[in-house]
Ligand binder design. Structure first.
Ligand SMILES: Nc1nc2c(ncn2[C@@H]2O[C@H](COP(=O)(O)OP(=O)(O)OP(=O)(O)O)[C@@H](O)[C@H]2O)c(=O)[nH]1
Length: 322
């Protein structure tokens, strides 16, 4: 039976995973390969799925929304994977949420019923060169989160240091030292907009599994697995009337101290824009999005009630109870 190679794309919120996934899908399409994608997002809206929709004609996609895959029920993950594998793809990409521990996800894909259908080809971890050095301070109150970001580096078979356009040579060297402390052997590549040498990604490496030291299901675990979902909270805010960049940016700024990531489709007088914010940086690009517009915020211990109220008051949107 043909076994399907699995590539796990890991990396903290906003590091460039979807940017990389788009390129990988593009290459697959050019090479007439049939990829499958499992996307996992925190929250109930799927900005990343929308943003790769143009590449999906030849791609099978399953989404696991509203939670982190490593914390989701295993059966749900297994079912999604089985659905994807039944379509006989040439390879499977799993894009994790930015707060997932890849090791726990590997545990899900090594369920006995899946093991004979797929094998783990590579864990690719993308690092945000601009922000990684400040995670220690930003997550001072949340050591689990720091541990998760370190774990993402440690278990990677291939490390991509992205957003090199935003850092100095000195900072790049500091980032390299941090990575080497956690992972002394895996190749590191430096990129802007996740532009990697695709051949390096697709080169085969069968030795991955043993690094994960996967335990048999009946073997008792000796340590309590830290919750990689941690205190991360997300909120999706509706947006039915036109607004401005300034208004949205002003709104985000208010929650800056707790906010890690924000994204959404924002209607303005000259059309809909995809807004992406990572830490303090906000990007805007025109979009052909046709659905209902929204803004998603992801942060540490976000005060959902207060944010909703403030949204209703300042943006004049009614949020209906779910
Ligand atoms: N300046 C700069 N911006 C980048 C680079 N790579 C990605 N971005 C921007 O960073 C933002 C986040 O990129 P994504 O690819 O969505 O990151 P992600 O890891 O998928 O984000 P999550 O799914 O929220 O965890 C987007 O606005 C990108 O355009 C880069 O190398 N340089």
């Amino acid at each position: 039976m043909k076994t399907i190679p699995v590539f796990i794309l890991s990396g903290f919120l906003g590091s460039g995973k979807t940017t990389l996934l788009k390129q990988l899908l593009q290459v697959c399409i050019e090479r007439k390969m049939k990829p499958a994608v499992l996307m996992n997002e925190i929250g109930r809206t799927d900005t990343d799925g929308e943003s790769i929709s143009g590449l999906l004609k030849n791609t099978h996609l399953e989404k696991l929304l509203d939670g982190c895959m490593c914390c989701n029920k295993k059966s749900e993950v297994t079912n999604c994977l089985k659905t994807l594998l039944s379509r006989k793809p040439d390879m499977l990409f799993i894009e994790l949420t930015g707060v997932a521990d890849p090791e726990e996800v590997v545990d899900s894909i090594t369920e006995p019923e899946l093991l004979q259908l797929l094998y783990l080809e590579k864990v690719i971890t993308i690092v945000d060169a601009e922000n990684i050095l400040s995670y220690n301070n930003v997550f001072e109150s949340d050591r689990d989160l720091v541990r998760t970001t370190r774990k993402q580096i440690k278990v990677a078979d291939y490390l991509i240091v992205n957003k090199i356009d935003l850092v100095s040579y000195e900072k790049k060297k500091k980032v390299e030292r941090l990575l080497r402390k956690e992972n002394s052997s895996s190749p590191i590549t430096y990129t802007t907009f996740s532009q990697v040498d695709i051949n390096e990604i697709f080169s085969i490496n069968h030795s991955v599994m043993k690094r994960f030291n996967i335990k048999r299901k009946d073997e008792p675990s000796d340590e309590k697995a830290p919750a990689s979902f941690s205190r991360i909270k997300s909120i999706s805010l509706p947006l039915t009337t036109n607004t401005t960049k300034k208004q949205i940016e002003r709104f985000l700024k208010k929650w800056r101290s707790d906010l890690l990531r924000a994204k959404g489709y924002i209607p303005m007088t000259d059309g809909i824009y995809l807004m992406q914010s990572v830490m303090n940086r906000v990007n805007w690009e025109p979009s052909q999005f046709k659905g209902e517009c929204y803004l998603v915020m992801i942060g540490v211990n976000l005060d959902i009630k207060v944010i909703k109220k403030d949204w209703e008051r300042t943006i004049k949107e009614t949020i209906y109870a779910e």
